[in-house]
Design a binder for this molecule. Structure first.
Ligand code: UD1
Ligand code: CA
Length: 470
């Protein structure tokens, strides 16, 4: 068989029984992204996607659909009989498809999501330098319980004698501090030679990949361990609590990265900021803010407490007051939102525009300097520059079957509590009187009154009370 450099296998077929969740473990999210996507992203920085073999099994279709766009290859493990069995499937895949066996195989776990590309490269380099058959990435966490333990030949040397799973630890080994991260580099052929010899004679009745270490040592092969620089980077996510620990660690790292770029984040531990979010210098994020998905915020903006901003672009010097919910919106420079504004998808807010208290927008373009400050619903509308939308005015965009468009020209004044029944056009510079129900187009420069005349009955109240007294 022909051999070529390095390839990466990612074990992602397990069910994640300890989560007690219907969702496959590797699709649970931290930092706003599935565990497996974090691992694939790191792997892709080391080798091209077509040299990444993702082992799937439990809910394979769902897992594949979620990560398909990354371009990785999939290896099926129909029955999940352990990590050793998972690698057997890779061996079979190479044989069946006639794929050249790579000289070295790096193995990652789909549930160890904080691994960095630099660390992957470092273990590959060490593996080559040590001429090892197997190189194991390890760490010494405060509590090693639950992890497999790496036993070294000598305290001060890299050589390993075995990896022992938690349930197989002898009483005197229980305090062994160094854990197996589930990340390894193998000389592929050495690994493949041992896979068929693994047994299920252990506490879980599974084929343990970890048993390969002692088997190689017994053959006189070199098995070495290298400690990761940071413990968090190699922690597993077997329970929701462990995942949330990693989520917090990852978000804090994101907040630190942003702060290093000149962003002020008050009480960063209270903010939920996804990994992909970008923010310009001198922007201030107040406590208890959520910035999610592909949100981008420009410079010198401010997002006040309790706002949730998702997949939204905010320009420079934008002020988002307290309690706003922004979803897939675009907000230009110097705009002011909230408190309690709700911008739904396709809301485009112009430069210096204001969207205020309890205003909901959807599929709306609001022009430069226009204002909708109090209690409005603006849906399916194109609104020009310098427009003033009075308190309580709304677009009636839906007739029960279809959505219709409201068009409002530049400089229009919409009086308070007006209802604009779409489709309707209100042309440039016109006025709509307060309390109007507008069902017909309004020409430029006109005043439209869509309400009945007020009737005033002088002395009516006095007459009424006099009548009551009689
Ligand atoms: C494994 C290691 C343990 C290590 C720990 C680090 C073994 C036997 N033990 O334990 O030494 O300290 O990781 O996090 O390997 N998977 C498959 N197919 C299977 C079984 C598992 O693809 O048949 C995948 C899982 O989806 C998961 C990964 O392999 O992504 C590890 O499996 P898991 O069951 O979580 O192993 P641990 O008990 O954590
Ligand atoms: Ca695990």
């Amino acid at each position: 068989m022909e051999e070529t450099g390095f390839a990466i296998a990612i074990m992602a077929a397990g069910k994640g029984t300890r989560l007690k969740s219907k969702r496959p473990k590797v699709l649970h999210e931290i930092g706003g992204q599935a565990l497996l996507l974090h691992v694939i992203a790191a792997a892709r920085k080391v080798v091209p996607a077509d040299r990444i073999y993702c082992i799937v099994g439990h809910e394979a279709d769902r897992v594949k659909a979620a990560v398909e766009p990354t371009g990785v290859r999939f290896v099926m493990q129909e029955e999940q009989r352990g990590t050793g069995h998972a690698l057997r499937m890779v061996k079979a895949y190479f044989a069946i498809t006639g794929t050249a066996v790579p000289k070295h195989l790096l193995v990652l776990s789909g549930d160890v999501p904080l691994i960095r590309p630099e660390t992957i490269t470092a273990i590959c380099d060490l593996h080559l330098a040590e001429h090892a058959a197997m190189t194991i990435l390890t760490a010494v966490p405060t509590d090693p319980t639950g992890y497999g333990r790496v036993l070294r030949l000598r305290d001060d040397g890299p050589e390993v004698t075995a990896i022992v799973e938690q349930k197989s630890l002898q009483p005197e080994q229980l305090s062994a501090p160094e854990i197996n991260s589930g990340i390894y580099c193998f000389e592929t052929q050495q690994l493949f030679n041992k896979l068929d010899l693994l047994s299920t004679d252990n506490a879980h009745g599974e084929y343990y990949l970890t048993d390969v270490a002692a088997m190689l040592v017994a053959d006189g092969k070199r098995v070495v361990a290298v400690k990761a620089d940071s413990v968090d980077e190699v922690l597993g996510a077997n329970t929701i609590a462990e995942m949330m620990h990693l989520d917090a660690a990852m978000r804090l790292a994101t907040a630190r990265r942003l702060m290093a770029q000149g962003v002020t984040i008050f009480r960063p531990e209270t903010c939920v900021i996804d990994a992909q979010v970008t923010i310009g210098a001198d922007t201030v994020i107040e406590p208890y803010v959520q910035l999610l998905g592909t949100t981008h915020i420009g410079s010198e903006s401010r997002v006040r407490s309790y706002s949730v901003v998702q997949n939204t672009i905010l320009g420079d010097r934008v002020l988002v007051r307290n309690g706003c919910i922004l979803d897939s919106a675009e907000v230009s420079n110097d705009a002011v939102l909230g408190p309690y504004a709700h911008l739904r998808p396709e809301s485009r807010i112009g430069e210096g525009a204001h969207v205020g208290n309890f205003v909901e927008t959807k599929k709306v373009t609001l022009g430069k300097g226009s204002k909708a400050n109090h209690l409005n619903y603006l849906g399916d509308a194109i609104i020009g520059d310098g427009v003033n939308i009075g308190a309580g005015a709304i677009t009636c965009n839906y007739d029960g079957i279809n959505k219709h468009l409201t068009t409002i020209g530049d400089g229009v004044f919409i009086g308070s509590d007006s209802t604009l029944v779409a489709p309707v056009t209100i042309q440039t510079g016109s006025y709509v009187a307060a309390g109007s129900c507008i069902t017909e187009d309004v020409p430029a420069g006109a005043l439209a009154l869509g309400r009945s005349r007020q009737v005033t009955k002088p002395g009516w109240a006095d007459a009424k009370s006099a009548a009551r007294k009689e």
